[in-house]
Design a protein around this ligand. Structure first.
Ligand code: SF4
Length: 271
């Protein structure tokens, strides 16, 4: 049973973040046939699954994303669709498609502009905050709620409360997730934050969120707190909550082996 399908629509990206590991993914653009075949595979047992559009920057392959969204909606498939994006390539038309397909949107942003622009960079070395905020603002004007995902590094760990401030400033952010720097790709060349700094940075971020929630009467969700709550309430042992550790997650990129598809077709799992 597949509970999570990650479609890496392309390994290409218009950003060149200091810690990026996705640039190691195939740069090819995934075609529609591959994307639909993967979705059919995940939907074959009729059970709900998370369908995440990923990359690289998935908006660079928006035509295929749009085809998949339409397919899922037309077929009434039980897919919970999510997009992780740097938002810089968002347009009114794309936002409308995402809204119609009820696609959850996570925007990558690492802090206030001065902090974000130390690690999220354009290929020419300039910062990206302006581009990210343009896309996020465009979604806000269409009334589309989003989440923010921040990568926690040595550069921003003492300024995590700035991410909370940015979320309230944007107005349409409902959830924040913090991802620790992965020592993969370019991330392997950066120093990881210490556990003490992470503890302190998270504490300050939660305190800032509490203060802003009181002032605005709008509370912010934190992915990490939700996850801990779920684990505390459940009877699950070990990594039972993790789709990847249970063999229930599938990652498909543009270079997926043709042999795999031919075997799946022969087995009648997909077309
Ligand atoms: S936004 Fe940054 S981290 Fe994400 S794929 Fe592009 S370069 Fe890599």
């Amino acid at each position: 049973m597949i509970k999570m399908l990650i479609l890496s629509l392309t390994g290409q990206c218009n950003f060149a973040c200091k810690y990026c590991y996705a640039h190691e993914h195939p740069a090819e653009i995934m075609d529609v046939a591959t994307a639909i075949a993967a979705v059919e595979l995940a939907a074959a047992d009729g059970q709900a699954f998370v369908l995440q559009f990923s990359g690289g920057e998935p908006l660079l392959n928006f035509p295929v994303m749009q085809e998949v969204i339409c397919y899922v909606c037309e077929q009434g498939l039980p897919a919970i669709m999510q997009l992780q994006t740097n938002a810089s390539l968002m347009t009114q038309e794309r936002a409308a498609v995402l809204k119609a397909g009820q696609v959850g949107i996570g925007i990558s942003l690492d802090g206030r502009p001065d902090i974000n622009d130390r690690q999220r960079l354009l290929p020419d070395g300039q910062g990206t905050c302006r581009q990210i905020l343009n896309g996020a603002g465009l979604l806000a004007t269409q009334g589309i709620a989003t989440g923010i995902t921040a990568v926690v590094t040595n550069e921003n760990v003492t300024k995590l409360s700035g991410i909370v401030e940015m979320a309230y400033y944007l107005g349409n952010v409902r959830r924040i997730g913090f991802d620790l720097l992965r020592a993969q790709g370019r991330g392997g060349e950066m120093a990881a934050p210490s556990s003490e700094d992470v503890w302190q940075g998270m504490k300050e971020a939660f305190q800032t969120a509490e203060q802003l929630a009181k002032q605005t009467r709008k509370s912010m969700l934190f992915s990490q707190i939700e996850r801990v709550d779920t684990l505390a309430k459940s009877q699950m042992q070990g990594f039972a909550h993790c789709h990847a550790m249970n063999g229930e997650a599938v990652f498909v990129d543009a270079q997926v082996c043709p042999l795999v598809w031919s075997q799946l077709r022969q087995a009648g799992v997909c077309r």
